[in-house]
Design a protein around this ligand. Structure first.
Ligand code: GRF
Length: 202
Protein backbone atom coordinates (compact mmCIF):
# COMPACT_ATOMS: atom_id res chain seq x y z
CA UNK A 1 0.00 0.00 0.00
CA UNK A 2 1.57 3.30 -1.11
CA UNK A 3 1.50 5.94 1.62
CA UNK A 4 0.94 9.32 -0.04
CA UNK A 5 1.30 12.81 1.39
CA UNK A 6 -0.22 15.65 -0.66
CA UNK A 7 1.22 19.18 -0.32
CA UNK A 8 -1.09 22.08 -1.16
CA UNK A 9 -1.31 25.88 -1.09
CA UNK A 10 -4.72 26.82 -2.44
CA UNK A 11 -8.16 25.62 -3.52
CA UNK A 12 -7.16 21.97 -3.57
CA UNK A 13 -9.04 20.83 -6.68
CA UNK A 14 -6.14 18.52 -7.55
CA UNK A 15 -6.20 17.19 -3.98
CA UNK A 16 -9.93 16.59 -4.41
CA UNK A 17 -9.34 14.68 -7.65
CA UNK A 18 -6.90 12.45 -5.75
CA UNK A 19 -9.32 11.98 -2.83
CA UNK A 20 -12.13 11.09 -5.27
CA UNK A 21 -9.80 8.76 -7.19
CA UNK A 22 -8.97 6.76 -4.07
CA UNK A 23 -12.63 6.70 -2.99
CA UNK A 24 -13.84 5.54 -6.43
CA UNK A 25 -11.08 2.96 -6.88
CA UNK A 26 -9.45 4.57 -9.92
CA UNK A 27 -6.42 5.00 -7.68
CA UNK A 28 -5.60 1.63 -6.12
CA UNK A 29 -3.10 0.32 -3.59
CA UNK A 30 -2.87 3.82 -2.09
CA UNK A 31 -3.60 5.43 1.27
CA UNK A 32 -3.68 9.22 1.69
CA UNK A 33 -1.58 9.46 4.84
CA UNK A 34 -1.68 13.24 5.20
CA UNK A 35 -2.05 16.71 3.72
CA UNK A 36 0.37 19.56 4.33
CA UNK A 37 -0.40 23.17 3.47
CA UNK A 38 1.84 26.23 3.72
CA UNK A 39 -1.22 28.30 4.54
CA UNK A 40 -3.73 27.48 7.26
CA UNK A 41 -6.55 29.45 5.64
CA UNK A 42 -7.07 27.41 2.51
CA UNK A 43 -9.92 25.32 1.17
CA UNK A 44 -7.54 22.41 0.68
CA UNK A 45 -7.43 21.83 4.44
CA UNK A 46 -11.22 21.77 4.51
CA UNK A 47 -11.23 19.15 1.78
CA UNK A 48 -8.77 17.01 3.76
CA UNK A 49 -10.90 17.31 6.89
CA UNK A 50 -14.05 16.35 4.97
CA UNK A 51 -12.23 13.26 3.73
CA UNK A 52 -10.94 12.38 7.20
CA UNK A 53 -7.30 12.86 6.18
CA UNK A 54 -4.88 14.22 8.82
CA UNK A 55 -3.80 17.71 7.76
CA UNK A 56 -1.26 20.19 9.07
CA UNK A 57 -0.16 23.63 7.98
CA UNK A 58 3.46 24.77 8.12
CA UNK A 59 3.62 28.47 7.25
CA UNK A 60 6.87 30.30 6.47
CA UNK A 61 5.57 33.32 8.40
CA UNK A 62 5.63 31.30 11.61
CA UNK A 63 9.42 30.79 11.45
CA UNK A 64 12.21 33.24 12.03
CA UNK A 65 14.02 32.26 8.85
CA UNK A 66 13.78 30.00 5.81
CA UNK A 67 16.13 27.41 7.27
CA UNK A 68 13.88 26.92 10.30
CA UNK A 69 10.84 26.68 8.03
CA UNK A 70 12.56 24.12 5.80
CA UNK A 71 13.40 21.94 8.81
CA UNK A 72 9.84 22.16 10.13
CA UNK A 73 8.44 21.31 6.68
CA UNK A 74 10.67 18.25 6.38
CA UNK A 75 9.71 17.14 9.90
CA UNK A 76 6.02 17.46 9.00
CA UNK A 77 6.54 15.32 5.88
CA UNK A 78 8.61 12.71 7.75
CA UNK A 79 5.94 12.43 10.42
CA UNK A 80 3.57 10.88 7.86
CA UNK A 81 6.22 8.33 6.71
CA UNK A 82 5.28 8.77 3.05
CA UNK A 83 6.36 6.53 0.17
CA UNK A 84 5.35 9.30 -2.25
CA UNK A 85 5.01 13.07 -1.86
CA UNK A 86 2.61 14.76 -4.29
CA UNK A 87 2.88 18.52 -4.88
CA UNK A 88 -0.62 19.59 -5.88
CA UNK A 89 -0.36 23.33 -6.34
CA UNK A 90 2.24 23.70 -3.60
CA UNK A 91 3.77 27.13 -4.12
CA UNK A 92 6.79 26.91 -1.84
CA UNK A 93 10.14 25.64 -3.21
CA UNK A 94 10.92 22.22 -1.80
CA UNK A 95 14.13 22.36 0.27
CA UNK A 96 17.09 20.61 -1.40
CA UNK A 97 17.50 18.51 1.75
CA UNK A 98 13.97 17.13 1.19
CA UNK A 99 14.55 16.60 -2.55
CA UNK A 100 17.60 14.47 -1.68
CA UNK A 101 15.91 12.55 1.15
CA UNK A 102 12.89 11.73 -1.03
CA UNK A 103 14.79 11.43 -4.33
CA UNK A 104 12.57 9.84 -6.95
CA UNK A 105 9.58 9.96 -4.59
CA UNK A 106 8.27 13.50 -5.11
CA UNK A 107 6.02 14.38 -8.07
CA UNK A 108 4.51 17.70 -9.16
CA UNK A 109 1.69 18.81 -11.44
CA UNK A 110 2.41 21.85 -13.58
CA UNK A 111 -0.31 23.54 -15.68
CA UNK A 112 1.60 23.73 -18.99
CA UNK A 113 3.43 21.44 -21.41
CA UNK A 114 6.91 21.68 -19.89
CA UNK A 115 9.37 23.10 -21.04
CA UNK A 116 6.95 25.86 -22.04
CA UNK A 117 5.79 28.39 -19.46
CA UNK A 118 7.55 26.87 -16.46
CA UNK A 119 10.27 27.71 -13.98
CA UNK A 120 10.58 30.59 -11.55
CA UNK A 121 7.57 32.92 -11.65
CA UNK A 122 5.36 30.54 -13.66
CA UNK A 123 2.60 29.42 -11.31
CA UNK A 124 -1.19 29.47 -11.15
CA UNK A 125 -2.87 31.98 -13.49
CA UNK A 126 0.48 33.45 -14.57
CA UNK A 127 1.12 30.29 -16.59
CA UNK A 128 -2.11 30.70 -18.55
CA UNK A 129 -1.65 34.45 -18.98
CA UNK A 130 1.74 33.74 -20.57
CA UNK A 131 0.31 31.05 -22.85
CA UNK A 132 -2.43 33.41 -24.05
CA UNK A 133 0.04 36.27 -24.49
CA UNK A 134 2.30 34.02 -26.62
CA UNK A 135 -0.68 32.93 -28.67
CA UNK A 136 -0.15 29.17 -28.41
CA UNK A 137 -3.00 27.06 -29.85
CA UNK A 138 -2.29 24.07 -27.62
CA UNK A 139 -1.32 24.06 -23.97
CA UNK A 140 -1.86 21.37 -21.32
CA UNK A 141 -0.42 19.96 -18.12
CA UNK A 142 2.62 17.96 -17.05
CA UNK A 143 3.35 15.59 -14.19
CA UNK A 144 7.06 15.26 -13.43
CA UNK A 145 9.45 14.04 -10.78
CA UNK A 146 10.77 16.84 -8.59
CA UNK A 147 14.48 17.65 -8.59
CA UNK A 148 16.39 20.61 -7.15
CA UNK A 149 15.52 22.87 -10.08
CA UNK A 150 12.04 24.36 -10.58
CA UNK A 151 9.90 22.21 -12.96
CA UNK A 152 13.05 20.53 -14.37
CA UNK A 153 12.65 16.91 -13.26
CA UNK A 154 12.02 13.89 -15.52
CA UNK A 155 8.58 14.09 -17.14
CA UNK A 156 6.09 11.34 -16.22
CA UNK A 157 3.09 12.34 -18.34
CA UNK A 158 1.59 15.20 -20.33
CA UNK A 159 -1.84 15.92 -21.80
CA UNK A 160 -2.64 18.55 -24.46
CA UNK A 161 -5.53 20.99 -24.07
CA UNK A 162 -6.76 23.33 -26.84
CA UNK A 163 -6.73 27.08 -26.38
CA UNK A 164 -10.04 28.50 -27.60
CA UNK A 165 -10.90 31.83 -29.20
CA UNK A 166 -11.61 34.44 -26.55
CA UNK A 167 -10.19 32.40 -23.67
CA UNK A 168 -9.53 34.32 -20.50
CA UNK A 169 -6.75 33.04 -18.20
CA UNK A 170 -9.44 31.78 -15.83
CA UNK A 171 -11.32 29.90 -18.56
CA UNK A 172 -8.10 28.33 -19.82
CA UNK A 173 -7.03 27.38 -16.29
CA UNK A 174 -10.37 25.65 -15.72
CA UNK A 175 -10.12 23.70 -18.99
CA UNK A 176 -6.54 22.62 -18.24
CA UNK A 177 -7.58 21.47 -14.78
CA UNK A 178 -10.66 19.59 -16.00
CA UNK A 179 -9.17 18.06 -19.15
CA UNK A 180 -5.63 17.42 -17.98
CA UNK A 181 -4.59 17.98 -14.36
CA UNK A 182 -7.41 16.10 -12.66
CA UNK A 183 -6.76 13.13 -14.99
CA UNK A 184 -2.96 13.05 -15.11
CA UNK A 185 -2.19 13.36 -11.40
CA UNK A 186 -4.47 10.54 -10.16
CA UNK A 187 -3.21 8.31 -12.99
CA UNK A 188 0.43 9.00 -12.12
CA UNK A 189 -0.23 8.08 -8.47
CA UNK A 190 -2.00 4.86 -9.49
CA UNK A 191 0.87 3.97 -11.87
CA UNK A 192 3.46 4.54 -9.13
CA UNK A 193 1.37 2.70 -6.52
CA UNK A 194 1.20 -0.32 -8.83
CA UNK A 195 4.83 -0.33 -9.92
CA UNK A 196 4.19 0.78 -13.50
CA UNK A 197 6.25 3.94 -13.09
CA UNK A 198 9.42 4.66 -11.12
CA UNK A 199 12.42 6.92 -11.53
CA UNK A 200 15.22 4.67 -12.90
CA UNK A 201 18.29 4.43 -10.76
CA UNK A 202 16.50 5.50 -7.55
C1 GRF B 1 -3.13 24.05 -10.39
O1 GRF B 1 -3.38 24.77 -11.58
C2 GRF B 1 -1.79 23.38 -10.50
O2 GRF B 1 -1.46 22.98 -11.81
C3 GRF B 1 -0.86 24.46 -10.08
O3 GRF B 1 -1.53 25.16 -9.05
C4 GRF B 1 -2.93 25.00 -9.21
C5 GRF B 1 -3.46 24.39 -7.95
O4 GRF B 1 -4.81 24.33 -8.00
N1 GRF B 1 0.39 23.90 -9.65
P1 GRF B 1 -5.58 23.48 -6.87
O5 GRF B 1 -5.11 24.02 -5.52
O6 GRF B 1 -5.22 22.04 -7.05
O7 GRF B 1 -7.02 23.77 -7.15
Amino acid sequence: MLRVVVMVSGGGTNLQAIIDGVASGTITNTVLAGVISNNKMVKSLERAKQAGIPAVSVSPGEYRDRESFNSALLEAVDAFSPDLVVLAGFLVKIPDQMVHKYAGRIINIHPSLIPSFCGVGFYGLKVHESALKRGVKITGATVHFVTEGMDEGPIISQKPVPVEEGDTPEALQKRVMEQAEWILLPKAIDDIANGRISLRGK
